[in-house]
Ligand binder design. Structure first.
Ligand SMILES: [Zn+2]
Length: 301
C-alpha cells in the first residue's frame, strides 16, 4: 500500500502531484476504530494502491471536478456533501447550475471533465449541514464547518482529537481565492476567510499546493496573503477604470484574474463573474459608479 506523506494520529495525507497543484489535489484519509473515511477523491486517489479500497464513506468538502476525480475507486460507498453543493454532485444538470457557465462552455467542459477527471454524477449523494458530526469510533470524530464563498456548500472538515482541519479550496495558493462560479460569493468568501481563523486547529491541510501546515503563525501568514489578494484585485480593477469608463465586457477582455494569453473555455465566464462581484462591492463602497446605464459603463466615483 502507498505510504502517506503526512501522518498524525488517525489522519493520513497523501500528496498529489506537485503537492496537489491543480488539476491534482491532496488526499486525506481518517481512520477511526469503527470507520475509515476519505475527504474528497482527487486524481491522486487513482494511483494510491489499495488506500481507498478500504474506506467506508467519502465526505466531500465541496463539489468541483478535481475533488471528485477518484470516486470511481470506491463506487459503492456513501458520498456525503454539504446541502449547498449536493445537487451539483447528484446530476449534470445540478452541476451546470453550480458552474453557471454559458451553454457552449459547459458542453466543452463536460467533455474535459469526463476525459480528464473521470466525471460521473452521484445521484445517491447524501447531504449534510453545518455542524454535522461523523463519529468514526475510538474517539475519532469529523465535524463540518460551513465555509461558503468558493462554492455555496464549501466546508472545512475538522478531525478530532488531532485538531486537523481539511480546508480544501481555501487553498492559500498564490492565485488567490476563486469565486467564479454561479454559487460562488465574494462577500461570503471574505466572511469565511475571517471565520476560518477561529476554527480550533493545530494542523491545516489544503487541497492544492500548500498541502500541510503545522504552525499556527505560518497558517495565519499564508491566510493573510491569500486574503490580501481580494483587495489587490479591487485595486487593480480601480486602476483599470482610472482613465475612462469601461463596460463589463471591456474589463473582461483586459483580465482581472487570469493572465492575458491564458486561454481556457471558461475564462471569460469566470472573469465576468468575479469582476461583477468586485464592481458591486466597489459601488456599494462608493468607490465606483455606473455612469451610463444604457451602455453599462462604470467609472471611478
Ligand atoms: Zn474548488
Amino acid at each position: 500500500m502507498t505510504e502517506a506523506s503526512f501522518h498524525r494520529g488517525s489522519v493520513q495525507v497523501y500528496l498529489g502531484n506537485k503537492s496537489g497543484k491543480y488539476p491534482d489535489g491532496n488526499q486525506v484519509v481518517v481512520t477511526g476504530a469503527d470507520q475509515q473515511v476519505a475527504f474528497d477523491t482527487p486524481l491522486v486517489a487513482r494511483s494510491l494502491n489499495g488506500v481507498l479500497e478500504g474506506v467506508d464513506m467519502v465526505i466531500l468538502g465541496h463539489v468541483h471536478e478535481d475533488h471528485l476525480a477518484g470516486l470511481g475507486q470506491c463506487p459503492h460507498v456513501p458520498v456525503w456533501v454539504h446541502e449547498g453543493d449536493a445537487e451539483a454532485a447528484r446530476s449534470w444538470e445540478g452541476m451546470t447550475r453550480h458552474f453557471g457557465y454559458s451553454p457552449d462552455v459547459l458542453q466543452d467542459w463536460h467533455g474535459r471533465m469526463v476525459r480528464d477527471f473521470f466525471y460521473q454524477p452521484r445521484p445517491d449523494a447524501l447531504s449534510y449541514t453545518d455542524g454535522h458530526v461523523w463519529d468514526l469510533g475510538g474517539g475519532v470524530k469529523v465535524r463540518a464547518h460551513h465555509t461558503p464563498g468558493h462554492t455555496s456548500g464549501h466546508c472545512v472538515l475538522l478531525v478530532e482529537p488531532e485538531s486537523v482541519a481539511f480546508i480544501g479550496d481555501i487553498d492559500l495558493t498564490g492565485f488567490g481565492p476563486y469565486y467564479g462560479d454561479a454559487t460562488s460569493n465574494l462577500a461570503q468568501f471574505r466572511h469565511t476567510l475571517n471565520a476560518v481563523r477561529d476554527i480550533d486547529a493545530q494542523v491545516w491541510v489544503t487541497s492544492h499546493h500548500r498541502a500541510v501546515i503545522t504552525d499556527r503563525d505560518a497558517f495565519l501568514t499564508a491566510l493573510q496573503a491569500f486574503t490580501d489578494k481580494l483587495d489587490q484585485r479591487a485595486d487593480k480593477l480601480l486602476g483599470m477604470l482610472h482613465h475612462e469608463p469601461q463596460s463589463l465586457e471591456a474589463l473582461v477582455a483586459q483580465r482581472l484574474v487570469y493572465p492575458l494569453g491564458y486561454e481556457a473555455a471558461f475564462v471569460n465566464d469566470v472573469e465576468r463573474r468575479m469582476i461583477e462581484q468586485h464592481l458591486r462591492e466597489l459601488v456599494d463602497a462608493g468607490q465606483v459608479r455606473c455612469v451610463d446605464a444604457s451602455r453599462g459603463l462604470f467609472a471611478r466615483a
